[in-house]
Design a protein around this ligand. Structure first.
Ligand code: HEC
Ligand code: HEC
Ligand code: HEC
Ligand code: HEC
Ligand code: HEC
Length: 443
């Protein structure tokens, strides 16, 4: 069998020069530093430096998850041993390609810190997969860069125009991921592919690399449709703001204390080309808080009405639910009681999320240790509307008028996990996505 596989590999090598990037197949010095490209590509360099792909290795939560969880786990659990190099294949591709595994922590200032840099994306010539995932890019560093245009006249390097770099499949090489247990733990491309946007030909680049006048290089021409490298996602409050519309209704606008009012919230995802939340779905939460506030400022949080679908309990905030037990196991913490599943989300709020479960069936934020995430997917799909209802019995002591306020929040990581690892607050604090309100007068 070994020999047969060996022969097969040889044949594949001979038949196609395009092989997926392999660990240690290059040296750091095969790749130029981003600052070097930035000396001519000034605007693009500034944009890239400010975005998450430039921080894909150095960002605190990435460092913590790799060094405190994934790496120690890979050393003791054979099934997940591959993530020692695997995480790096997407988060610090330079270190992966140079065989610098595990890379030194970000504080050591190695070239792993460059993250997803110019020299990664602009040397990717293809992929080995039809529907790519798990860093299945083919990369050929050298004097020739890959770019979108046929009429570019570069200085100091060459370019090959490429259709691939303009495609969603290019992004998919890193944005979709299968765990060692075969679960799709990142599926932004697959979500997009099933959406109306794919059919309309609207690709990732159209929403994340918007076109506007600019100079791709200082000595190049002013271009009317320069592809900006903002790559804003959920780490940009400005990108999240208004990503989902909220329309709020009540079945009466006048009521008496003791009477019941029925409230309906309609949430429309008209801007996101995939699920919201997407990407690291294991730890992202989008949730709706509906509050009634009376004229004296007294407030009541309204629990969402249950719908009765399978797995719904994971979509309604429960301050008594604990999860993330694998953290205690990996870190060898005695008597670990788990962390609050829903962080500080108020009891009864609807959470739009997709819970992940480890091989022992417990909810987890460790995507590499995910055996199953198919129980329930209650995120808001592209151009989908979710309708939530609430029943509010006006308290006898309420003083009118009453304001019903709906706030939609997003968080990167449950606050319980963020606080446990002492992350900077802006890596887990709730971000307001949208807000809406109506008034009910009291008889
Ligand atoms: C995550 C991948 C990625 C990274 C990182 C990246 N680029 Fe790009 N770049 C692209 C894509 C994709 C396009 C083409 C977009 C299109 O036209 O659809 C592009 C386009 C360009 C263009 C042509 C712009 C135009 O419209 O004429 C230049 C020049 C460029 N990039 C330089 C850089 C430099 C310099 C860096 C680093 C500071 C960098 N890129 C980092 C993916 C990337
Ligand atoms: C000495 C200046 C200079 C340096 C350094 C430089 N470039 Fe360029 N590059 C240019 C010019 C000029 C263009 C043409 C811009 C245009 O036509 O709009 C260009 C074009 C490009 C394009 C766009 C091709 C297209 O299809 O539009 C890419 C991609 C690119 N460079 C990548 C890089 C990368 C990656 C680096 C760093 C390794 C780099 N460049 C370093 C001057 C430079
Ligand atoms: C129609 C516009 C649109 C298209 C097409 C689109 N996106 Fe997005 N994307 C958004 C918006 C808006 C957000 C911010 C809301 C959010 O975080 O979900 C976002 C967020 C993201 C995030 C952060 C997700 C999270 O929850 O952390 C990633 C990663 C991302 N997009 C990648 C992609 C990739 C890869 C593609 C192509 C396969 C793509 N996007 C296609 C609009 C789009
Ligand atoms: C070589 C791997 C790689 C490629 C190719 C790649 N990305 Fe990423 N991208 C990443 C990684 C890793 C992160 C996560 C950074 C983090 O949060 O640690 C990321 C994050 C993002 C985010 C999230 C930003 C935020 O604010 O949350 C967006 C949006 C995004 N990428 C868009 C794209 C688009 C669009 C393309 C294709 C043009 C693309 N990426 C190609 C690796 C890649
Ligand atoms: C196939 C490529 C790929 C692999 C493999 C991968 N990641 Fe990621 N990772 C990404 C992308 C893309 C994102 C951004 C998704 C988003 O914005 O929601 C991300 C996001 C993250 C985040 C969230 C960052 C934030 O700001 O909230 C952490 C932490 C992380 N990855 C750690 C890891 C660790 C640890 C491993 C190995 C066990 C790993 N990743 C493996 C591509 C990958």
């Amino acid at each position: 069998m070994r020999i047969l596989l060996g022969l097969l590999t040889l044949c594949l090598v001979a038949a196609s020069p395009s092989l997926a990037a392999e660990m240690g197949s290059f040296k750091y010095h095969d790749f130029k530093k981003p600052q070097k490209c930035g000396s001519c590509h000034k605007e693009i360099y500034q944009e890239w430096k400010a975005n998450m792909m430039a921080k894909a290795y150095t960002h605190t939560w990435d460092q913590v998850e790799y060094f405190k969880l994934a790496l120690p786990h890979a050393m003791k659990e054979p099934k997940v041993a591959g993530v020692k190099a695997g995480c790096i294949g997407c988060h610090a591709p330079l270190a992966f390609l140079a065989g610098d595994i595990p890379p030194k922590p970000a504080s050591e200032g190695t070239r792993a810190n460059e993250g997803v840099s110019c020299e990664i994306c602009h040397n990717i010539t293809g992929t080995t997969e039809k529907e790519p995932f798990n860093f299945s890019y083919v990369i050929e560093p050298g004097k020739t860069k890959v770019g979108p245009r046929k009429d570019a006249k570069p200085v100091s390097h060459k370019v090959t125009p490429s259709e691939f770099i303009k495609s969603a499949e290019f992004c998919a090489t890193c944005h979709d991921e299968a765990s060692p247990y075969g679960a799709w733990v990142k599926a932004t491309y697959r979500e997009w592919k099933a959406s109306p946007y794919a059919k309309e030909g609207v690709v990732c680049q159209d929403c994340h690399m918007y076109r506007a006048p600019g100079k791709a290089a200082t000595m190049g021409p002013e271009r009317a449709d320069m592809a900006h490298h903002a790559f804003q996602g959920s780490h940009s409050p400005a990108k999240l703001a208004g990503a989902v519309d909220i329309a709020l209704y009540a079945n009466k606008d006048k009521a008496a204390p003791g009477e019941t009012v029925k409230i309906r919230a309609e949430l429309f995802n008209g801007k996101v080309g995939h699920m919201i939340p997407s990407g690291s779905a294991e730890e992202r939460m989008l949730w709706l808080e509906v509050w009634a506030i009376d004229a004296n400022g007294k407030s009541w949080h309204l629990p969402v009405n249950k719908k009765g679908f399978k797995g719904e309990e994971y979509t309604i905030a429960d301050p008594n639910a604990y999860a993330y037990f694998a953290i205690g196991e990996i870190m060898e913490i005695k008597d670990f009681k788990g962390l609050k599943r829903d962080g500080d989300v108020p009891a009864g709020a609807r959470i739009f999320r997709k819970p992940f479960f480890d091989p022992k069936g417990r909810m987890t934020v460790c995507q590499w240790y995910t055996a199953n995430n198919e129980l329930v997917d209650y995120r808001i799909g592209p151009r989908e509307t979710k309708v939530e209802t609430y029943t509010f019995k006006i308290p006898a002591e309420a003083k009118g008028p009453i304001t019903i306020k709906a706030n939609l929040y997003y968080s990167q990581v449950p606050s319980s996990v963020g606080k446990f690892f002492d992350l900077p607050e802006d890596e887990y604090a709730p971000i307001l996505v949208n807000s809406s309100q109506i008034t009910i007068n009291l008889d």
